[in-house]
Design a protein. Sequence first.
Lengths: 250, 409
Amino acid sequence: MKIAVCIKRVPDMDVRFKIAASGTAVDEAGLKYDMSDFDGYAAEAALQVNEKGGGGEVTALCLGPDAVQETLRKALSMGIDKAVHLKCDAVPFDGWAIAQALAAQLGGGGYDLILFGRMSIDSSNQSVGPMVAELLGLPCVTAASRLDVSGGTGKAQRELEGASETVEFPLPAVVSIDEGVARPRYPSLKGIMAAKKKPLEVKPAQLGAVTVTVTTMELPPERNAGRIIGEGPDMVPELVRLLQTEAKVL
Amino acid sequence: MAASDTTADPHLASPQLTPRPDDLFGIDAALTEEERAIRDNVRRWVDEQVLPIIGKAYLDGRSPKELVPGMAELGMFGANLPEEYGCAGLSNVAYGLIMQELERGDSGLRSLASVQGSLVMFPIFAFGSEEQKRHWLPRMARGEVIGCFGLTEPDYGSNPSGMITRARQQADGSWIINGAKMWITNGSTAHLAVIWAKTGDDTSDTSIRGFLVPTGTTGFSARDQKGKLSLRASDTSELVLADVRVPADAILPKSNGLKSPLMCLTNARYGISWGVMGAALACYEEARRYSKTRVMFNGPIGGTQIQQVRLADMLTEIVKGQLMALHVGRMKDLGTYSPVQVSILKRNNVNVATNIAREARRLLGGNGILAEYASMRHMANLESVYTYEGTHDVHSLIIGQAITGMNAF
Ligand SMILES: Cc1cc2nc3c(=O)[nH]c(=O)nc-3n(C[C@H](O)[C@H](O)[C@H](O)COP(=O)(O)OP(=O)(O)OC[C@H]3O[C@@H](n4cnc5c(N)ncnc54)[C@H](O)[C@@H]3O)c2cc1C
């Protein structure tokens, strides 16, 4: 099958980060970048669909500045066949602008399946996948934790609060992937060396007009130090009272 | 793209990278994109597969052999040997970074890989016949065959030229080997042993040759060395060879005198010098994290001058050691490095790593003696690394001889 997987290069959010001087974005200095977590699961799902289904071709797409080529090569090192870099100076916050650039590239590409991560871990919009589906007029399933494909039909499992459901859809389709599908594989060391020799096409990104912009970004307030109200069972009523009246969590 | 173009800048492989809080000295800028990708990949594997189990394996005194298939699948065994023999064909710098990350997990696991790659696969590659290479190397790269390297004997450690083990050729061309080897990493679980033995004049080390001995051969036995307080997650065994008969083609045809096993050791020592920086990094990271959360007196201990001096010394020695290893690695890739460089490197890096591990353990206070934390395990492990592959003293004498021209052994 011909599968496209859209991946995003995001900062590693485990480290402490700062807000940039603009006050609308994180300060990029000193950050380490990698493929967004859910996109790793999407790449793994794409490879597995073809491994189970008797072959095909997987293309990874990434929109952004030149640095994203490193992230595309990571996808290639996992076993993805080729990559397309949609080049622009910076990735806009507005998913709609991004979705238009991706749809312009994906439309007419003959893809049976277009995969996304459930959301990017930096902007958490969960919107680009469904928007691309809308632009291409394709069925869309979000947050699939299992994906099976056979004979032109897809089946996806979705986790709900306290239940899971299975949905069926015709191909071609757009699916966004949640964790739950197998963990992203470790690229082999040979795969890492081979990634450089795989095709990586660079094209200008046809971004749509930006309609949503970030006006402020701030870090959560520092948490106040805890308070010890006393010791022993006698203090329980007071603790309950404070949790009800002051903290308002009960 | 200049990202991985080593010719773009004569000094830095990735000049576009700037120092980060977790890379204060900017070591990443000295590595290519592939080298960083390989390191980060092995790091993730160690974080997910090794760190959760290694503390218990160490306490149990068990080599975690269940990790062998995963290591093989990634391509860690003999990673710097050519692809035509089923290996990954990586540069020596990439190979060193793999060792660093493995030893961030545990020196025992890195020892398993060092022995497999540098002490068994390398001599087969360098001194073996084409048939030996085609037969053994792909199987060893896949982890189906585990190897061990038998040089040291009970009475000949730092001075292997005195070895007693003998191989005598028979009229039909076959060899009969007799002797005992001691301190042999992977000894009990290995399928294949490279045994070094004298084949002629007993008083000269020029008759030392290497033999490929399958460990199932009659007369070959291995016994686990019990009671180790270091490298507990590694097999260390005594080998006994009693009239072990191997065919004529078991000899490594191009092995020639003591210099052959010493060439293997030079290779392994290079990887070890990167490896111990991994152990040091694990200790430094543990100490850094602990210093920020452990509150004593009026605040986190990381806010005190004494602990900051400790951490500053650790980080400084780590980046110095990494840059030394990188320099030797780049020269090794060019084929211009020398064994004395490797002695300088091994001696320095293992020594500073042992100090870093001890300082980290001390910074952790009482918790520092628990297996739940890694520092004391690394500290104990590094004492083996200090002794094997040429003791610290032996490297001092090698360097001293190169400096003065006088032999002090
Ligand atoms: C965990 C572990 C794993 C090992 N794995 C292997 C393996 O896989 N294969 C293998 O063949 N060997 C292996 N070894 C053996 C290792 O290489 C030897 O232990 C090492 O060479 C030192 O030999 P020795 O223990 O006999 O010490 P000795 O040589 O007896 O040294 C004792 C002390 O004397 C010092 N000394 C020696 N000569 C001199 C001198 N001329 N001047 C001043 N001081 C000197 C040494 O530095 C040391 O401090 C392993 C060892 C250990 C601990």
